[in-house]
Write a protein that binds this ligand. Structure first.
Ligand code: ZN
Length: 258
């Protein structure tokens, strides 16, 4: 569904787009400064430049190094942030019911080099536009913002998932929710499993409405790419949900536990 919008390398072009926007803003700034208008446009241009720079780092504006160009790929959760992540033992489908009823997967993980699942409402086309998107597991919002035309709005949750075989006794997984129409949460919020975090969107009219859902095992705070030859740090979302669905100890309605 999205593959036509991406180049052969799978790069979604968001950073290029941002760079182009910044060049345009700088040009606008120079031209209006030449006309001798110190207020108005230059001020707006400066504000917009700041907004774009912040969009690149979403929840971590303090990481924008002033003297060097920023490479968002190297923004990582600190050990203290990792230690403070909520423990998630159960994950559910992010759309439809907890088990994903009323949805279908239009483009599965690794089909066409895809790094996630494209979840749709069973009505097809844009019938799912505005449908709720839920936190798959309890997690902390580490990214919430507009990435660029390829991704649209994205929310990233980070979760600490217990695993006796891991050196620390847990692994850090991220769940990624992209192309959102609306973001209904903010950076640093801790969301319980099942809490609505946004609505299904089209990335501003670029695709038919759907949710691009990914699971990553990663400490990087980075929108990244949606297509690649290798799976990178992505985990098959369906397998992940199968493994953690219906696990006890984190039930929404504990009174109903048998
Ligand atoms: Zn996708």
């Amino acid at each position: 569904m999205e593959s036509s919008t991406l180049d052969a390398s799978g790069f979604d072009g968001s950073l290029l787009w941002m760079e182009r926007e910044l060049m345009l803003i700088l040009d606008l700034y120079k031209r209006s400064a030449r006309k001798g208008k110190p207020g108005g446009r230059p001020l707006r241009a400066t504000w917009m430049a700041c907004a774009f720079a912040l969009a690149a780092t979403a929840c971590h504006p303090e990481n924008t190094a002033p003297s060097k160009p920023l490479d968002a790929a190297f923004i990582r959760l600190s050990p203290a942030e990792v230690a403070a992540l909520p423990t998630a033992v159960r994950f559910d489908a992010p759309m439809g019911t907890e088990s994903g009823a009323f949805t279908y997967n239009a483009q599965r993980f690794r089909v066409n080099r895809h790094l996630g699942d494209d979840l749709n409402g069973i009505g097809g086309w844009n019938s799912d536009l505005g449908d709720p998107v839920y936190a798959s597991g309890v997690g902390k919002v580490i990214y919430a913002g507009w990435v660029g035309p390829g991704w649209g709005n994205m929310v990233i949750l980070a979760h600490q998932v217990p695993d006796a075989s891991a050196p620390m006794g847990y692994r850090v997984y991220q769940t990624i929710y992209a192309h959102l129409d609306e973001i209904l949460t903010q950076c640093d919020a801790v969301l319980p499993r099942g809490k609505q975090l946004g609505t299904v969107g089209t990335a501003n009219g670029r695709y038919l409405a759907h949710l691009h859902f990914e699971v990553r095992e990663s400490l990087s705070v980075y929108p990244g790419i949606g297509y690649a030859d290798a799976p990178l740090d992505r985990v098959p979302p369906e397998e992940f949900l199968k493994r953690y669905r219906g696990k006890g100890g984190d039930l929404l309605l504990p009174g109903m536990r048998e």
